[in-house]
Design a protein around this ligand. Sequence first.
Ligand code: G6P
Ligand code: ZN
Length: 537
Amino acid sequence: MVMFNVTRKETAPIDGQKPGTSGLRKKIITKMAAANGVRRVWIGQNGLLSTPAVSAVIRERVGSDGSKATGAFILTASHNPGGPSEDFGIKYNMDNGGPAPEGITDKIYENTKTIKEYSIAEDLPDVDISAVGVTSFGGPEGQFDVEVFDSASDYVKLMKSIFDFELIRKLLSSPKFTFCYDALHGVAGAYAKRIFVEELGAQESSLLNCTPKEDFGGGHPDPNLTYAKELVARMGLSKSNTQDEPPEFGAAADGDADRNMILGKRFFVTPSDSVAIIAANAVESIPYFSAGLKGVARSMPTSAALDVVAKNLNLKFFEVPTGWKFFGNLMDAGLCSICGEESFGTGSDHIREKDGIWAVLAWLSILAHKNKENLDGGKLVTVEDIVRKHWATYGRHYYTRYDYENVDAGAAKELMANLVKMQSSLPEVNDIVKGIRSDVSKVVNADEFEYKDPVDGSISKHQGIRYLFEDGSRLVFRLSGTGSEGATIRLYIEQYEKDPSKIGRDSQEALAPLVEVALKLSKMEQFTGRSAPTVIT
Ligand code: G6P
Ligand code: ZN
């Protein structure tokens, strides 16, 4: 057995190590586990594991010696551009498989401010991570094992225990149903090949950008209408339309495969609608939920489409701050089965992360269920049909998000402070609003969102500035916690329409009055110098 030594090195605090919404997005130092008392490290083959697969591994995997993981480090740029000169982040997940809660990340942050030395096993030899197997070393505190395992098998097993793969296979292998999946050169590609093609019979040609690349091929691996350009064009949703008839169903994932975007032919499903539709159809379409849902949850800026489903189906409902970690507590306490966020995250209590492949399998299950009788004859029920029917039943939440990326951090803070200051006088706010547009309703409440965790009682303050209107419309302003350059201001705009004759409008057109109010009320251009957002979703 190869022996290694532990060296203690003097160091000094490095400023700015406070984790954001999910993880710390900074350059890191690796290879320290051996020197710090960890006895066994599991590594996905070739260093590839999606964030949801990591969560599944922590929860499900049992080592050859009966051991379970006590936590995991995920080294990823997530949905940001990656590579040597771009973002590279580190996330820590707990033994429930979910992101570390603020209580832990705050302690880590405190340590970064006082650290004086660190331990490292400098002479620990490299392990070949392309080969599955265990390599053992001997250190001062005993044996240290590095085990490389197949990245997909635990995850595939879990997916098979949740969904009816036979039913989905009938849909995916039917010539009537066309499919396209874009991994944006992130880690989802590895899972897409294994699950959609090998297990479920989709054509290999339905995979776009499914070879994982360290720098995501130079792209920005965020599955939205701006960055998933190729898929958006293929689905007939951009000006650079391909001549071919678009597929019936399209989806994309971010770099670490926890986010998803769902598209129909020439049709975009907002993430807020997506979670509501999955929740409304889960019990009849997905075996894992056949006994019923324990409850549902969404993040505060996510539209209230899910609220309406919860009310109609008499389900427990929770509104949490942005950040998947807030759902974990609810799930551990058995209060929530399905949850989602406007930021292209959807998932369930099968793990403690959002799950991009799961979301696609959930949609395919709903489509497969609704088309059981139609694959041989009959007219296919499409993604668009499902969404429109949902709106007709529950009403439609027109929704859009404007992102102002890489804005000067000081200017962003001032803009937010001004919005908070204005909240002290609603009559004045309403005067301003009326002066901008007389056709929007009145602001009846304005506050900063604060959350008390119903499970552990912890309180999270300053989670977004809200302006709530009489007709149920909302304007929400937040600073992103995941950007890696400057500040990113997010503006969320939402309007509820119950009248079935008014649910078919173009969303940007329907929201134009509220958008105008939001931009002028916040003095967006004045503070940021930006006349237009970087991304609209
Ligand atoms: C990550 C988190 C999500 C969050 C998203 C956007 O993906 O896991 O829970 O919604 O980032 O966060 P941000 O702070 O950038 O709006
Ligand atoms: Zn991600």
